[in-house]
Ligand binder design. Structure first.
Ligand code: PHE
Length: 461
């Protein structure tokens, strides 16, 4: 262990308080995943039965893996690659961090595209372009927004400029300030949307769809989708929580924060689902209509409401905020890596990262138009957008999570782990630690392996 970081490092920033830690972490978790992905994945995988499986994945895999990542980050105070180098110098474990950096790029390629649609809907709603939309016109607006050749790329570029500006401002002045100010407002706005949705005639059917438990739709692929969603939702398996954990305060309770974050995140997802499905059923739309669901339903909720435009604009502004707080955590993974491992200044690391993300991100954007040249390129049967999405959510994140669970469960000394998670004896959480330790050694890895093999069709559930 003689190599344990003896070279003087630049002073690292940290978050300033427990509340800041909570909001930053929740800001990473809450994102398009809750408002865009969650409703349409639930919609296309059988509603309530899927939800149940999703909760099991969150409790037995998501929360324990988040504890592991936060442990790795805070213990080493390093980026995703550097952290493994400090814990196990000279071994291949740092490859997990490398995979994480790669996953951050893949996710951002398509995430920035969808965020661009959201930003453009903010603009459209403010300028009244969504006034009085009907189910049909809403579809047309969505198609023109997502499948043009120039505008979607311009909006994607704007997204990257905003993200870069926040990250260049730093951990405290950028990430902490943005998340702490804006997340509470997002929460209030979703509740207002729910109240409106509950008073629609299709509310009953919508809620029934969300909570009705129908196991006939469940198969290995559905379970893998639930696990993939849990990882994507909680920003796991790719070093985001390692990187954020490295900015945590010393007194933060690393066993409690993941539980609080996961619970709040599920609440936001359910609130988003409860706002969207009543509209889907009221306007007789297809609940499994895919990634356009959010964009073709939400404008309809508001179109009939007094001050509807104002609310509509606020909804998309807040979705944009959710997307942005998640993106800053995604981009921070390579930024921390490039600045700490490759000696770049923070500013240059941000600029370098977003330029690469933007260039490849345009491939995802242009692939949405199925009649374009790029839209016709298929790799393993997927266009670029779906390829980036599926390989990251369903493959890289669960594999990353599995390796992280094995690393912490079997390659870290139990006493070291316990000491860190109990804040050197300051916390009285020995029982919780034992439970966590059991789950991370015996339950999470086994579940991950089974689900993964069945999703790939290697074993039949
Ligand atoms: N959790 C974010 C969301 O739900 C996405 C994300 C994935 C962020 C992975 C960071 C890392 O939208």
């Amino acid at each position: 262990m003689a190599e344990l970081n003896t070279k003087p490092t630049k002073k690292r920033e940290t978050f300033s308080t427990g509340l800041a830690v909570f909001f930053a972490t929740l800001g990473s978790a809450v994102g398009l995943g809750n408002i865009w992905k969650f409703p349409y994945i639930v919609g296309s995988n059988g509603g309530g039965a899927f939800l149940l499986i999703y909760f099991i994945c969150v409790i037995f895999v998501g929360i324990p893996v988040m504890v592991c990542e936060l442990y790795i980050g805070r213990k080493t105070r390093s980026n995703a690659v550097g952290a493994f180098k400090k814990l196990r110098p000279g071994t291949a474990w740092k490859g997990i961090g490398g995979m994480g950096v790669a996953a951050a790029f893949l996710i951002m390629f398509f995430y920035s595209d969808v965020s661009g649609w959201v930003y453009s809907y903010v603009f459209k709603s403010i300028t009244g372009k969504l006034n009085g939309v009907t189910p049909n016109t809403a579809k047309v607006v969505f198609e023109t927004t997502s499948s043009g050749a120039i505008l979607p790329i311009v909006w994607q570029g704007i997204v990257f400029i905003v993200v870069a500006a926040i990250l260049i401002a730093g951990v405290k002045n950028g990430i902490e300030r943005i998340t702490k100010t804006l997340l509470p407002i997002l929460f209030i706005l979703i509740i207002i949307c729910d109240i409106r949705a509950f008073t629609l005639p299709g509310a009953r059917d919508g809620l029934k769809f969300l909570y009705n438990i129908d196991f006939t739709k469940v198969n290995g692929g559905v379970i893998l989708a639930a696990l993939g969603l849990a990882f994507f939702k909680l920003s796991l398996g790719m070093g985001t929580m390692i990187t954020y954990g490295s900015y945590f305060t010393e007194d933060n309770n690393l066993l409690h924060t993941p539980i609080k974050v996961a619970l709040s995140d599920v609440v936001v997802s359910l609130l988003a689902g409860m706002a969207i499905f009543p509209v889907v059923f009221t306007f007789k739309m297809e609940p499994s209509s895919g990634s356009g669901l959010l964009f073709t339903t939400i404008p309809l909720v508001f179109s009939k409401l007094p001050l509807g435009n104002l609310l509509l604009a606020s909804f998309f502004i807040l979705t944009a905020i959710a997307a942005t707080t998640a993106m800053i955590s995604l981009v921070e993974v390579p930024v921390a890596y490039f600045s700490e491992e490759k000696g770049m200044s923070r500013r240059n690391a941000v600029i370098f990262t977003v330029i690469i993300m933007f260039i490849f991100g345009t491939l995802a954007t242009l692939s949405v138009n199925s009649s374009s040249f790029i839209g016709n390129i298929k790799i393993l049967g997927y266009g670029f957008f779906d390829l980036f999405d599926k390989t990251s959510s369903n493959i890289l994140l669960p594999i990353g999570g599995l390796l992280i669970a094995i690393f912490v469960g079997y390659f870290i000394k139990k006493d070291d782990l316990k000491n860190e998670l109990m804040n050197n004896g300051k916390l009285n959480s020995a029982v919780k630690f034992d439970l966590f330790y059991f789950i991370i050694r015996y339950i999470s890895p086994i579940l991950l392996i089974i689900v993964f093999l069945s999703g790939l069709g290697i074993i039949k559930l």
